[in-house]
Design a protein around this ligand. Structure first.
Ligand code: HEM
Length: 425
């Protein structure tokens, strides 16, 4: 039941809709595949026309809503909910469930930024306390090929935020992965893929398959996705292949990209984060912890070992949109060429040497939600894939935290200092 004063979660009271996913005929395939890049008909309208609680500002920086987007967003959201294992305790994230670590950091805004880049958190040179979560997108086994995530949460960020329920939150999140592109252009295209993903996922959920080695399940899923989707969607298949990367030596030793666009004041931008030379991992310190000796936890072990020995730092950079054709806002499958839009450093993310891998901190970390919509309006997410994420992240992370009896609200600086920093057990 929703708590008093908390708005209804998006999925609540909609069990019927979960049973009416589009592969049972809710949308025609033609409608779902009419992506804006292929369609002559393009809509340009306000986000408020799609979402009643949408950001108060209009679509901006070249945003365009393709036909069918609101319905497609619902499909994606319902699929994400259908993939949540609500019986497990604790309930894990549906995506990016495997954690290499959540670490304390400090985000220093560069002192010498030109006036045109000084917006939002980059307005003044200052240091924001931060948490950073390193994750694997799909696999529990960190030694297998996967996409790797880096989610940054800045604390003590003044100013109203874009989500109406979290207007007074004092956080700003940046979500990044180790690939400059996303594999799907927009919500209608994702709504074609998502049901196939769900069906592939369900294939491996039976008690018999679960007892077999993980690679058998992965092969089954790949086979199903290949015949039902990838064999006919070359563009997406090619990028999905590129998204499956070998694990880096350490989560601190690779580049991360927002892949979808955001605002930096009046500009449309993409974020990227580059490791500094100090991040080259020192020799791995063997651990006595049997969990850290498992290959499946290799990235967690590398992070623990590296931050036991040394500090790390990343350059936080931005690419400005050059023009709508070569650096589009509505198609995150297009990488923004660094020759056209060279990265500009906006600040430094410093991660001091620390011990972070404790049961108490792991429990707190599961209660956190990193969401690109935890944002100042000056950094509002842009484009259709980010609009889908707005439908998904709040609802799914609220559900996870509700089932885990964890706090359902954005943490603040006091929480960081009194709860996170003091959690030593
Ligand atoms: C429509 C497209 C997408 C969907 C449906 C989706 C879905 C999700 C979901 C359900 C979660 C778990 C949220 C939670 O339980 O707190 C998640 C986490 C995450 N997603 Fe996405 N995602 C999408 C696109 C992207 C893109 C384009 C990126 C690129 C940066 C991305 C990066 C991440 C990262 C880094 C996390 C982990 C956040 C954390 O550490 O808690 N996602 N995503």
């Amino acid at each position: 039941m929703p708590e008093a004063g908390r708005p209804k979660l998006l999925h609540e009271g909609r069990p019927r809709e979960l049973r009416e996913l589009p592969w049972r005929g809710k949308f025609s395939r033609r409608e779902l595949t009419r992506a804006p890049h292929r369609s002559a008909e393009r809509l340009t309208c306000s986000t408020d026309e799609v979402r009643m609680d949408g950001p108060s500002d209009d679509l901006s920086q070249g945003e365009e809503i393709p036909p069918g987007e609101p319905d497609a967003m619902r499909v994606v959201r319902d699929v994400v909910f259908a993939m949540m294992d609500t019986k497990a305790r604790p309930v894990q994230r549906v995506e990016h469930a495997s954690t290499a670590g959540v670490v304390r950091a400090a985000f220093e805004v560069a002192p010498d930024l030109p006036a045109e880049l000084r917006h939002g958190v980059f307005r003044e040179p200052r240091v924001y306390p931060a948490l950073v979560r390193y994750s694997n997108a799909a696999n529990q086994d960190q030694s297998s090929k996967d996409t790797h995530g880096m989610a940054i949460k800045l604390f003590d960020v003044p100013g109203e935020k874009v989500l109406p329920d979290e207007r007074h939150a004092t956080t700003q999140d940046f979500l990044l992965v180790d690939c400059p592109v996303f594999f799907i252009r927009n919500a209608p295209d994702y709504a074609v893929f998502a049901p196939k993903l769900l069906a592939a996922f369900r294939l491996t959920q039976g008690p018999f398959i679960r007892r077999l080695p993980a690679f058998v399940g992965q092969l089954l899923q790949f086979g199903y996705l290949f015949f039902t989707y990838l064999a006919t969607h070359f563009h997406e298949a090619r990028i999905l292949g590129a998204l499956r990367k070998r694990p880096p030596k350490s989560p601190l030793d690779t580049e991360y990209f927002s892949s979808t666009p955001y605002r930096l004041g009046p500009h449309a931008v993409k974020w990227l984060v580059r490791p500094q030379a100090v991040n080259a991992p020192p020799p791995l310190q063997p651990s006595n912890d049997p969990e850290l000796q498992k290959r499946a936890n290799c990235l967690r072990a590398a992070l623990v070992s590296q931050l036991k020995q040394e500090d790390a730092a990343f350059d936080f950079c931005v690419q400005l949109q050059a023009n709508p054709e070569s650096t589009p806002v509505e198609d995150p499958t297009v990488a923004w060429d660094e020759a056209i839009s060279p990265p500009i450093r906006l600040g430094t993310l410093r991660i001091p040497a620390q011990e972070f891998d404790t049961p108490a901190k792991r429990k707190l970390a599961l209660g956190l939600s990193f969401d690109p919509w935890h944002s100042l309006p000056e950094h509002r997410p842009l484009g259709g894939i980010n609009r889908v994420r707005r439908e998904v992240y709040v609802a799914i992370s609220d559900k996870r935290r509700e089932l885990n009896n964890a706090t359902i609200r954005e943490p603040d600086l006091t929480w960081l200092q009194d709860i996170w920093d003091q959690a030593t057990g």
